[in-house]
Design a protein around this ligand. Structure first.
Ligand code: AMP
Length: 532
C-alpha cells in the first residue's frame, strides 16, 4: 500500500523529523552512554534495513510483521524498538523478568518474524528459548555471552551491519498494529493487547501538547518496555525532540539524586516510586527544584505522596493520569493544584476528566449509564481503544462491547462521576490489583498455585498494603500443611517475580463467600487480624 508521507502513522517518524532538523541533540541517555537523534535514527534505520531485507519478511495476511524486543530498559532497547518501528513492524516487548515458560508461551502466541535483543536479553537465550525464536535474531547490544551449553547464540550483530543514511520510516496506516503489550490474564495465560498506529499516534501527539513538553526538556524513563507507561515516556519525549534519561533498574532508590545530576525537567513514574522515596526520606524539600512537569499514573495517587512531592518539587505541575493498557496508556487526567482534588472518603486524588479524543462513562452491568454520584463500572470509548486481544475473539467481544452504537472498553474499575463531571476510581470490580505498579490478576496467580500445589481451593490476596497500595502478595492454599519453599520454587518457573507470593499459608478450611467462591476479603481480614 502507498501512503502519502504526511499520513505515515509510524511512531518512528518523530525521530526521523528531529534527525533532519537537529541531528546533534541528545535523544536518549542511560548510564555512561547517550545517542543523539542522528545516531539513534541511523542505528534504527540500519536495523530496519536488516529486517526488511530478510527472506519472508512480509506476512501473507497483509498485517505488519511482528518483532519481539527481548531487552531491558536502556539505550540498546530503544534502538531495538525503534528499529522494529522503522521497518513498519508491530513491536512486541518481551519482559526479561519473566520465567522461561512464560516467554515461551508469549512466543508461541505471537508468530514473530524476528527478535531483537540487548545484552541482558541475549543472556536469557538458552538453547530451548533460541529454538522457539524465529530464525532472524538480531543483537543490538554491545557484548555477547555464551548460552547454557557454552556456545555463542547465532545472532546477527547490529555492529556488523553496514551504516545507512536514514530514510523516512516505512509507511504505516492508522489501522496497522503499532505494538502488542501483554498484561496479566485471569486464566493463567497473559493477554496481548493490540494497539493500532492510529491510537498510538493520537495519544503521543495529544499528550505532548497537553503537558506542554518542549525540545529543551530532559524527561525521566522508569519503566520496562513491557509496561505501556514506557510508550508515554519514550514517544512523548521524542515527539518534541527532547532527551529521554533512563533510570537504571538497580538505582531506583537513588532516583532523586539521578534527577538532580541529570537536571531533569519532566518526571514520569508510578506513585509507588514516589511513595518509596518518601519512605526512605529521599524527598527533602526543594530536592527536585529543576522539575517543571510531574506525571504520576498507572495506579492510585495518595494525597500523602502529593503533599511530599509538592514540597520536594515546588516548581513542578503535577498531573494524575489514569488509563488501562487497552485504552493506549492514559485516557483521563486530573491536574493537581494546591487544593487537592480528592476522592471523597479516600485519601487519593480523583482521576479527573477524559483527555481529548476519549470519552468516559459509568454504567451498570447492562451498560446503562448511571446518574452522577452512583458507583458503577467505568467504561471508555474513543480513538485510543485497542483493536483486540491477540487471538482471543471471545474475550475481546466481552471486554469491548457496543452500547448505544458505540464501542466501549469495560475497565473493570469501580468508579463514579461527581456533580462537577470529574471521575473517581473506587477500586476494582474484579480481582485485578497493582503490586508496586505492576498489573496483576489474582486469578492468574491462583491458576498457577493450583498446578504448583495440586490443591483445588486456593486464593491469592494483595498484602501488605501501604497508603492503600499493595506491596506484595500472600497466597492461601486449602490444605492442612504445605511445603512453602517447594511451592514458591515451582511458582518461580511459571510467573514473574513481582507476582510471587511472599508467603504461602495452608488453611484446612478456606472461607467461602455467598456464591461459594473463595472469600478474599475474609483472607485479607485474617492477615489484618494477625498483624494487629
Ligand atoms: P495498566 O493496564 O497496567 O495500566 O493498569 C490499568 C489499571 O490500573 C486501571 O484499570 C486501574 O485499575 C489502575 N489505574 C491506572 N491509573 C490509575 C490512576 N491514576 N488511579 C487509580 N487507578 C489507576
Amino acid at each position: 500500500m502507498t501512503i502519502p508521507l504526511h499520513k505515515n502513522f509510524n511512531l518512528a517518524c518523530a525521530i526521523h523529523r528531529h534527525c533532519l532538523a537537529h541531528p546533534d541533540s541528545p535523544a536518549v541517555v542511560c548510564k555512561d552512554r547517550s545517542l543523539t537523534y542522528g545516531e539513534l535514527a541511523e542505528r534504527a534505520a540500519r536495523l530496519a534495513a536488516c529486517l526488511t531485507r530478510s527472506p519472508g519478511w512480509q506476512r501473507s495476511d497483509g498485517q505488519p510483521p511482528r518483532v519481539g524486543i527481548l531487552a531491558s530498559r536502556g539505550v540498546d532497547a530503544c534502538v531495538a524498538l525503534l528499529g522494529a518501528c522503522w521497518a513498519g513492524a508491530t513491536y512486541v516487548p518481551i519482559g526479561l523478568k519473566q520465567p522461561e515458560e512464560r516467554i515461551l508461551s508469549l512466543l508461541s502466541q505471537c508468530a514473530l518474524s524476528a527478535v531483537i535483543t540487548d545484552d541482558e536479553g541475549a543472556k536469557l537465550l538458552t538453547k530451548r528459548l533460541r529454538a522457539a525464536c524465529p530464525p532472524l535474531l538480531i543483537h543490538a547490544g554491545q557484548t555477547l555471552v555464551t548460552d547454557d551449553t557454552g556456545e555463542l547464540p547465532d545472532l546477527v550483530a547490529l555492529a556488523t551491519l553496514a551504516p545507512v543514511t536514514p530514510e523516512e520510516p516505512a509507511p504505516m496506516a492508522p489501522s496497522d498494529t503499532a505494538y502488542i503489550i501483554f498484561t496479566s490474564g485471569t486464566t493463567g495465560v497473559p493477554k496481548g493487547v493490540m494497539i493500532s498506529a492510529g491510537a498510538a499516534r493520537h495519544y503521543v501527539t495529544m499528550i505532548a501538547e497537553r503537558l506542554g513538553l518542549r525540545a529543551s526538556d530532559r524527561a525521566l524513563e522508569t519503566c520496562e518496555l513491557s509496561f505501556d507507561f514506557s510508550v508515554h515516556n519514550m514517544f512523548s519525549t521524542w515527539e518534541v525532540g527532547a532527551a529521554l534519561h533512563i533510570l537504571p533498574a538497580n538505582t531506583v532508590m537513588n532516583a532523586v539524586k539521578f534527577a538532580r545530576t541529570s537536571g531533569l525537567t519532566v518526571w514520569n513514574s508510578v506513585p509507588s516510586l514516589a511513595g518509596m522515596l518518601r519512605q526512605v526520606k529521599a524527598l527533602a524539600p526543594d530536592s527536585l527544584a529543576s522539575l517543571r512537569v510531574t506525571v504520576f499514573g498507572g495506579e492510585q495517587l495518595p494525597a500523602s505522596t502529593v503533599v511530599a512531592w509538592q514540597a520536594a518539587a515546588p516548581n513542578s505541575t503535577i498531573v494524575n493520569l489514569y488509563g488501562p493498557t487497552e485504552a493506549t496508556v492514559f485516557c483521563l487526567a486530573q491536574p493537581v493544584g494546591a487544593a487537592l482534588p480528592l476522592t471523597p472518603g479516600r485519601d487519593v486524588v480523583a482521576i479527573g476528566t477524559p483527555l481529548p479524543g476519549n470519552e468516559a462513562a459509568v454504567v451498570d452491568e447492562h451498560g446503562q449509564p448511571l446518574p452522577d454520584g452512583t458507583p458503577g463500572e467505568l467504561v471508555i470509548a474513543g480513538e485510543q481503544l485497542a483493536d483486540a486481544y491477540l487471538g482471543a475473539a471471545e474475550l475481546t467481544a466481552a471486554r469491548f462491547p457496543t452500547f448505544a452504537g458505540k464501542r466501549w472498553y469495560r475497565t473493570g474499575d469501580l468508579a463514579l462521576r461527581d456533580a462537577t463531571g470529574s471521575f473517581h476510581c473506587l477500586g476494582r470490580i474484579d480481582n485485578q490489583v497493582k503490586v508496586l505498579g505492576y498489573r496483576v490478576e489474582l486469578e492468574e496467580i491462583d491458576a498457577h498455585l493450583r498446578v504448583a500445589t495440586g490443591a483445588d481451593v486456593v486464593g491469592a490476596v494483595a498484602w501488605p498494603l501501604a497508603d492503600g497500595m499493595a506491596r506484595g502478595i500472600v497466597a492461601f492454599v486449602g490444605a492442612s500443611t504445605i511445603d512453602a519453599d517447594t511451592v514458591i520454587n515451582a511458582l518461580r518457573s511459571r510467573i514473574p517475580a513481582y507476582m510471587l507470593p511472599n508467603r504461602i499459608i495452608a488453611l484446612a478450611t478456606m472461607p467461602l463467600n455467598g456464591s461459594g467462591k473463595v472469600d478474599r476479603r475474609a483472607l485479607r481480614q485474617l492477615l489484618e487480624d494477625a498483624a494487629a
